[in-house]
Design a protein around this ligand. Sequence first.
Ligand code: HEM
Length: 115
Amino acid sequence: MTTHFHIFTWVVGIILFFVAYFMPADAKAQKIVHMITRLFYVLIVISGALLFFKFSAHDPAQYGVKFLLGLLTIGMAEMALVRKKKGKPSTMFLILFIVFLVLTVGMGIHLPIGW
Ligand code: HEM
């Protein structure tokens, strides 16, 4: 059990998020990219949860924070995409997404498995 699959899912997920976010919101292809992005949210949570159930007993508090930060990052991504699609201001959620992303990656690297 390594972190490789988890890293693969969130790297692809982040790239898809940025592609979906900066595409014209009314384009047909945007809908498809957003759908695939959502599929990767699920893969990120599954791969993260598998790591969590396997390793969190070492340090439940810190692993709990990682879990929460990961979910918040995904939440901000989805809020930014949905608000942009509706023509509402979304920059704040884009910024929050980047902030939580940095915190989540920092926490992931700080935890003992993998890097
Ligand atoms: C966009 C969202 C996410 C990002 C960017 C992210 C990023 C990372 C990174 C950088 C690592 C360290 C990998 C390594 O050291 O080899 C990691 C590990 C981990 N992630 Fe995530 N993650 C995300 C979502 C989640 C979610 C939703 C969960 C829980 C359901 C989760 C649970 C974990 C666990 C348990 C580890 C192993 C920590 C360790 O012991 O090193 N992650 N993640």
